[in-house]
Design a protein around this ligand. Structure first.
Ligand SMILES: Cc1ncc(COP(=O)(O)O)c(C=O)c1O
Length: 384
């Protein structure tokens, strides 16, 4: 049987990983500035994580949500404390798309409405409503087309006000990434997030903060939306939550009340997933990783801004993007194959950095030196 060929892949197989580094079959070491797509939050194969997951697997890996699960309660308690949202409620699932699906559904159950406001360049996942609310027609199959989604320009307060004026009694939810990831590292402005919050309150719509990529401490705060001083009604999260173990969730403000059978999942919140998620939070806390993300992120951004060939260096914490001019369009590939550094991209010309929150200054320096080497090599080629 062949694999269903949907991924444009690099011809590298990883066989070992530790901290911010991975190794291929030949033993070649790579610096991971991509974090396996923002997933590796506390570093690859962190010893506490490996121990907690292994110990749990030796006790019980899975049982269904039909029984009491103290690990879920422990996770909810810890997540409430570290995120500062102690009065919210936790529902666990398995992926970012699923988290967003559940958020939309819950919003619609709550206010009995159908319309969803999403923004240009957004990415919310590939399942039915999540993909319909994603601004990329190429990945929306005809069966996913949904007339209830309204796309508005990002950071445009006037357009949002006008939309609420016209459809206020029909809008179920507004979904926004605090920092757009796939869209190219675009930050929602504080005043835009505040405007969403106040309009949602006024019209009884639900404010969904998609924190799948920008959340879980990556920005230097637990949720990047926290920079605006707003409380969303639902936060969706996934990537960094399990450091690679597939675990996701939504946290839900107290005014949204549960009913038995309203949401559900087979795998979501199983014992092993909870152990992974708890290990991640324990390490974020004990190693002060949110502060580290802020400090190393600011350092990286300051240094990158000094490199004239790189344009529009932007982001928060360890979620950083910059534009690469056309003549340097091979930079990302060259970083991978010449310097052995993984980075992310956003089409057409953005390099995205999404490393582990435990990235050290010397790792950041290694990355900066490698960029300089590649830029020098490129400028010699251009002159020749
Ligand atoms: C902001 C955002 N939301 C949702 C998703 C979907 O997550 P998943 O791939 O886990 O379904 C992604 C994935 O890249 C994302 O970046």
């Amino acid at each position: 049987m062949n694999l269903f060929d949907v991924y444009p892949i690099n011809n590298i197989a990883i066989t070992k990983a530790k901290g911010s580094y991975v190794w291929d079959e030949e033993g070649q070491q790579y610096l991971d500035m991509y974090g396996g797509h923002a997933v590796i939050s506390i570093g690859h194969t962190h010893p506490h994580y490996v121990q907690r997951v292994t110990e749990q697997l030796n006790k019980v890996g899975f049982y269904s949500n039909s029984i009491k699960m103290p690990l879920q309660e422990e996770l909810a308690e810890k997540l409430g404390k570290i995120s500062g949202k102690e009065d919210y409620q936790l529902f666990l699932c398995n992926s970012g798309a699923e988290a967003n699906e559940n958020a939309f559904k819950l919003a619609s159950f709550y206010n009995n409405r159908k319309k969803i406001v999403a923004f240009k360049k957004s990415f919310h996942g590939r399942t039915s409503l999540a993909v319909a609310a994603t601004d990329n027609p190429n990945i929306i199959a005809p069966v996913n087309e949904n007339e209830n989604i309204i796309f508005l320009p990002f950071n445009d307060e006037a357009a949002l006000e006008a939309c609420f004026k016209e459809n206020g009694d029909q809008i179920s939810s507004v979904i926004i990434e605090g920092i757009q990831g796939v869209g190219g590292i675009n930050e929602a402005s504080n005043s835009f997030l505040q405007k969403i919050s106040s309009l949602c309150k006024k019209h009884n719509a639900i404010f969904i903060a998609d924190s799948v990529q920008c959340g879980y401490g990556r920005s230097g705060k637990f949720f990047s939306h926290d920079y605006a001083g707003v409380d969303a009604d639902i936060y969706t999260m996934a990537k960094g939550m399990g450091n690679g173990f597939p675990v996701a969730g939504i946290i839900i403000a107290p005014h949204l009340q549960p009913k038995h059978g309203m949401l559900g999942t087979t795998f979501g919140g199983n014992h092993l997933a909870c152990a992974a998620a708890l290990a991640v939070l324990e390490v974020i806390e004990s190693e002060n990783l949110m502060k580290n993300a802020e400090t190393i992120g600011n350092y990286l951004m300051d240094e990158l801004k000094k490199i004239p060939q790189l344009q529009n260096v932007r982001g928060k914490g360890l979620m950083i993007g910059f534009d690469v001019p056309d003549e340097l369009k091979n930079l990302r590939k060259n970083l991978l194959f010449n310097q052995h550094i993984f980075t992310g991209e956003a089409k057409p010309n953005v390099i995205r950095l999404l490393p582990s929150l435990a990235l050290r200054k010397k790792d950041a320096d290694e990355f900066l030196e490698s960029i300089m080497l590649e830029l020098e090599a490129e400028s010699i080629k251009l002159k020749a």
